[in-house]
Design a protein around this ligand. Structure first.
Ligand SMILES: C[S@@+](CC[C@H](N)C(=O)[O-])C[C@H]1O[C@@H](n2cnc3c(N)ncnc32)[C@H](O)[C@@H]1O
Length: 196
Protein backbone atom coordinates (compact mmCIF):
# COMPACT_ATOMS: atom_id res chain seq x y z
CA UNK A 1 0.00 0.00 0.00
CA UNK A 2 1.31 3.47 -0.88
CA UNK A 3 1.73 6.42 1.45
CA UNK A 4 -1.80 7.87 1.91
CA UNK A 5 -0.47 11.43 2.39
CA UNK A 6 1.42 11.22 -0.87
CA UNK A 7 -1.58 9.77 -2.71
CA UNK A 8 -3.84 12.47 -1.27
CA UNK A 9 -1.60 15.33 -2.42
CA UNK A 10 -0.85 13.65 -5.75
CA UNK A 11 -4.57 13.61 -6.50
CA UNK A 12 -5.00 17.18 -5.28
CA UNK A 13 -2.04 18.71 -7.14
CA UNK A 14 -3.84 20.01 -10.23
CA UNK A 15 -6.66 21.58 -8.23
CA UNK A 16 -4.72 22.59 -5.08
CA UNK A 17 -4.84 26.27 -6.06
CA UNK A 18 -8.64 26.17 -5.65
CA UNK A 19 -8.15 26.02 -1.85
CA UNK A 20 -7.30 29.71 -2.21
CA UNK A 21 -9.69 32.36 -3.50
CA UNK A 22 -6.94 33.65 -5.79
CA UNK A 23 -3.78 31.53 -5.65
CA UNK A 24 -1.61 34.05 -7.50
CA UNK A 25 -2.52 36.71 -4.96
CA UNK A 26 -1.94 34.24 -2.12
CA UNK A 27 1.58 33.56 -3.41
CA UNK A 28 2.29 37.28 -3.21
CA UNK A 29 0.64 37.64 0.18
CA UNK A 30 2.52 34.70 1.76
CA UNK A 31 5.81 36.15 0.48
CA UNK A 32 4.89 39.63 1.68
CA UNK A 33 4.35 38.36 5.24
CA UNK A 34 6.98 35.61 5.49
CA UNK A 35 9.66 37.38 3.42
CA UNK A 36 10.18 40.42 5.69
CA UNK A 37 9.91 38.24 8.80
CA UNK A 38 12.67 35.92 7.54
CA UNK A 39 14.84 38.78 6.30
CA UNK A 40 14.50 40.58 9.64
CA UNK A 41 15.47 37.42 11.53
CA UNK A 42 18.47 36.71 9.32
CA UNK A 43 19.33 40.42 8.95
CA UNK A 44 19.83 40.06 5.20
CA UNK A 45 18.16 39.26 1.87
CA UNK A 46 19.42 36.81 -0.75
CA UNK A 47 19.04 33.76 1.48
CA UNK A 48 19.40 30.08 0.62
CA UNK A 49 16.06 28.54 1.57
CA UNK A 50 14.91 24.93 1.58
CA UNK A 51 11.12 24.57 1.49
CA UNK A 52 10.75 21.01 2.75
CA UNK A 53 7.01 20.66 2.06
CA UNK A 54 6.63 23.00 -0.88
CA UNK A 55 3.56 21.44 -2.46
CA UNK A 56 2.75 23.29 -5.68
CA UNK A 57 4.89 26.23 -4.51
CA UNK A 58 2.63 28.63 -2.62
CA UNK A 59 5.53 29.96 -0.53
CA UNK A 60 8.44 28.82 -2.74
CA UNK A 61 7.46 30.86 -5.78
CA UNK A 62 6.88 34.14 -3.95
CA UNK A 63 10.05 33.87 -1.88
CA UNK A 64 12.05 33.20 -5.06
CA UNK A 65 10.45 36.31 -6.57
CA UNK A 66 11.82 38.26 -3.59
CA UNK A 67 15.34 37.28 -4.68
CA UNK A 68 15.99 34.30 -2.40
CA UNK A 69 17.56 31.08 -3.74
CA UNK A 70 15.00 28.33 -3.27
CA UNK A 71 15.11 24.56 -3.25
CA UNK A 72 11.67 22.97 -2.93
CA UNK A 73 11.00 19.38 -1.94
CA UNK A 74 7.78 17.53 -1.30
CA UNK A 75 6.71 13.92 -0.91
CA UNK A 76 4.11 14.35 -3.67
CA UNK A 77 5.49 13.74 -7.15
CA UNK A 78 2.48 15.42 -8.79
CA UNK A 79 2.84 18.51 -6.60
CA UNK A 80 6.52 18.78 -7.54
CA UNK A 81 5.70 18.38 -11.25
CA UNK A 82 3.22 21.24 -10.97
CA UNK A 83 5.58 23.40 -8.90
CA UNK A 84 8.23 22.98 -11.63
CA UNK A 85 5.68 24.04 -14.25
CA UNK A 86 4.56 27.06 -12.21
CA UNK A 87 8.17 28.19 -11.70
CA UNK A 88 8.91 27.80 -15.41
CA UNK A 89 5.84 29.90 -16.32
CA UNK A 90 7.13 32.66 -14.03
CA UNK A 91 10.70 32.44 -15.35
CA UNK A 92 11.92 31.44 -11.91
CA UNK A 93 14.95 29.21 -11.48
CA UNK A 94 14.05 26.92 -8.57
CA UNK A 95 15.34 23.42 -7.93
CA UNK A 96 12.47 21.05 -7.12
CA UNK A 97 12.94 17.45 -5.95
CA UNK A 98 10.63 14.70 -4.72
CA UNK A 99 11.76 13.95 -1.19
CA UNK A 100 10.36 13.01 2.19
CA UNK A 101 11.38 15.40 4.97
CA UNK A 102 11.95 12.36 7.19
CA UNK A 103 14.86 11.42 4.94
CA UNK A 104 16.47 14.26 3.02
CA UNK A 105 19.64 12.28 2.27
CA UNK A 106 18.92 12.21 -1.48
CA UNK A 107 19.33 15.98 -1.49
CA UNK A 108 23.06 16.77 -1.67
CA UNK A 109 22.61 20.47 -0.85
CA UNK A 110 23.08 21.54 2.77
CA UNK A 111 24.07 24.59 4.78
CA UNK A 112 20.80 26.42 4.14
CA UNK A 113 20.10 29.72 5.89
CA UNK A 114 16.49 28.70 6.41
CA UNK A 115 14.30 25.61 6.20
CA UNK A 116 10.59 26.24 5.79
CA UNK A 117 7.62 23.91 6.37
CA UNK A 118 4.55 26.06 5.79
CA UNK A 119 0.84 25.53 6.03
CA UNK A 120 0.43 22.65 8.41
CA UNK A 121 2.79 20.22 6.68
CA UNK A 122 4.25 18.89 9.95
CA UNK A 123 0.98 17.43 11.32
CA UNK A 124 1.16 14.90 8.48
CA UNK A 125 3.88 13.26 10.54
CA UNK A 126 1.65 11.25 12.78
CA UNK A 127 3.92 10.13 15.57
CA UNK A 128 6.64 11.64 17.68
CA UNK A 129 9.30 9.42 16.11
CA UNK A 130 8.52 10.66 12.58
CA UNK A 131 8.40 14.26 13.75
CA UNK A 132 11.74 13.86 15.55
CA UNK A 133 13.27 12.25 12.44
CA UNK A 134 12.05 15.13 10.27
CA UNK A 135 13.37 17.75 12.68
CA UNK A 136 16.77 16.01 12.76
CA UNK A 137 16.86 15.90 8.95
CA UNK A 138 15.95 19.59 8.83
CA UNK A 139 18.69 20.39 11.36
CA UNK A 140 21.14 18.54 9.13
CA UNK A 141 20.27 20.83 6.23
CA UNK A 142 20.83 24.08 8.16
CA UNK A 143 24.04 25.96 8.64
CA UNK A 144 24.89 26.81 12.26
CA UNK A 145 22.77 29.81 13.17
CA UNK A 146 20.32 28.95 10.38
CA UNK A 147 16.61 29.17 11.05
CA UNK A 148 13.70 26.76 10.88
CA UNK A 149 10.27 28.27 10.22
CA UNK A 150 7.00 26.36 10.26
CA UNK A 151 3.39 27.37 10.35
CA UNK A 152 1.67 24.88 12.61
CA UNK A 153 -0.21 24.61 15.87
CA UNK A 154 1.66 22.11 17.98
CA UNK A 155 3.25 23.08 21.27
CA UNK A 156 4.91 19.65 21.55
CA UNK A 157 7.06 20.72 18.68
CA UNK A 158 8.89 23.14 21.01
CA UNK A 159 10.28 20.28 23.09
CA UNK A 160 11.17 18.15 20.05
CA UNK A 161 12.96 21.08 18.43
CA UNK A 162 14.95 21.75 21.62
CA UNK A 163 15.90 18.07 21.85
CA UNK A 164 17.25 18.26 18.30
CA UNK A 165 19.56 21.15 19.20
CA UNK A 166 17.41 24.14 18.27
CA UNK A 167 17.43 27.17 20.54
CA UNK A 168 15.36 30.38 20.77
CA UNK A 169 12.14 28.51 19.97
CA UNK A 170 9.45 31.19 19.62
CA UNK A 171 5.81 31.07 18.63
CA UNK A 172 4.26 34.01 16.83
CA UNK A 173 0.51 34.23 16.95
CA UNK A 174 -1.48 35.70 14.03
CA UNK A 175 -2.14 38.97 15.89
CA UNK A 176 1.62 39.57 16.12
CA UNK A 177 2.87 38.15 12.82
CA UNK A 178 0.04 39.09 10.46
CA UNK A 179 0.13 35.51 9.09
CA UNK A 180 -3.04 33.46 9.29
CA UNK A 181 -1.59 30.52 11.22
CA UNK A 182 0.69 30.31 14.27
CA UNK A 183 4.33 30.41 13.23
CA UNK A 184 7.24 28.76 15.00
CA UNK A 185 10.78 30.08 14.68
CA UNK A 186 13.75 28.06 15.93
CA UNK A 187 17.43 28.82 15.52
CA UNK A 188 19.78 25.93 14.85
CA UNK A 189 22.64 26.14 17.39
CA UNK A 190 23.94 29.67 17.64
CA UNK A 191 27.21 30.37 15.92
CA UNK A 192 29.95 29.97 18.54
CA UNK A 193 30.44 33.01 20.73
CA UNK A 194 33.84 34.56 20.43
CA UNK A 195 35.43 35.54 23.70
CA UNK A 196 38.09 38.17 23.82
C1 LIG B 1 -1.11 21.63 3.30
S1 LIG B 1 0.11 21.25 2.10
C2 LIG B 1 1.09 22.75 2.06
C3 LIG B 1 1.94 22.82 0.80
C4 LIG B 1 2.60 24.20 0.59
N1 LIG B 1 3.49 24.56 1.66
C5 LIG B 1 1.52 25.23 0.36
O1 LIG B 1 1.23 26.01 1.28
O2 LIG B 1 0.95 25.23 -0.73
C6 LIG B 1 1.14 20.11 2.97
C7 LIG B 1 2.26 19.53 2.09
O3 LIG B 1 3.09 18.72 2.91
C8 LIG B 1 3.55 17.67 2.08
N2 LIG B 1 4.07 16.60 2.94
C9 LIG B 1 3.38 15.83 3.80
N3 LIG B 1 4.20 14.96 4.41
C10 LIG B 1 5.44 15.19 3.90
C11 LIG B 1 6.72 14.60 4.13
N4 LIG B 1 6.88 13.60 4.99
N5 LIG B 1 7.78 15.09 3.44
C12 LIG B 1 7.63 16.12 2.56
N6 LIG B 1 6.43 16.68 2.29
C13 LIG B 1 5.36 16.23 2.96
C14 LIG B 1 2.33 17.28 1.28
O4 LIG B 1 2.64 16.49 0.14
C15 LIG B 1 1.77 18.66 0.95
O5 LIG B 1 2.25 19.14 -0.27
Amino acid sequence: MGDPTRTFYDELAESYHLIFQDWTRSIQWHASVLGPLIEREMRTGGLRILDCACGIGTQTLGLAQRGHALVGVDVSEAAIARARREAHQRNLSIQFEVSDMRDLSSLPEAGFDLVLAADNALPHLLNEQDLARAVQQIAGKLRPGGLFLASIRDEELTVILQQAGFVEVRWLMPADSGFYQPLVLARYRMAEQTTS
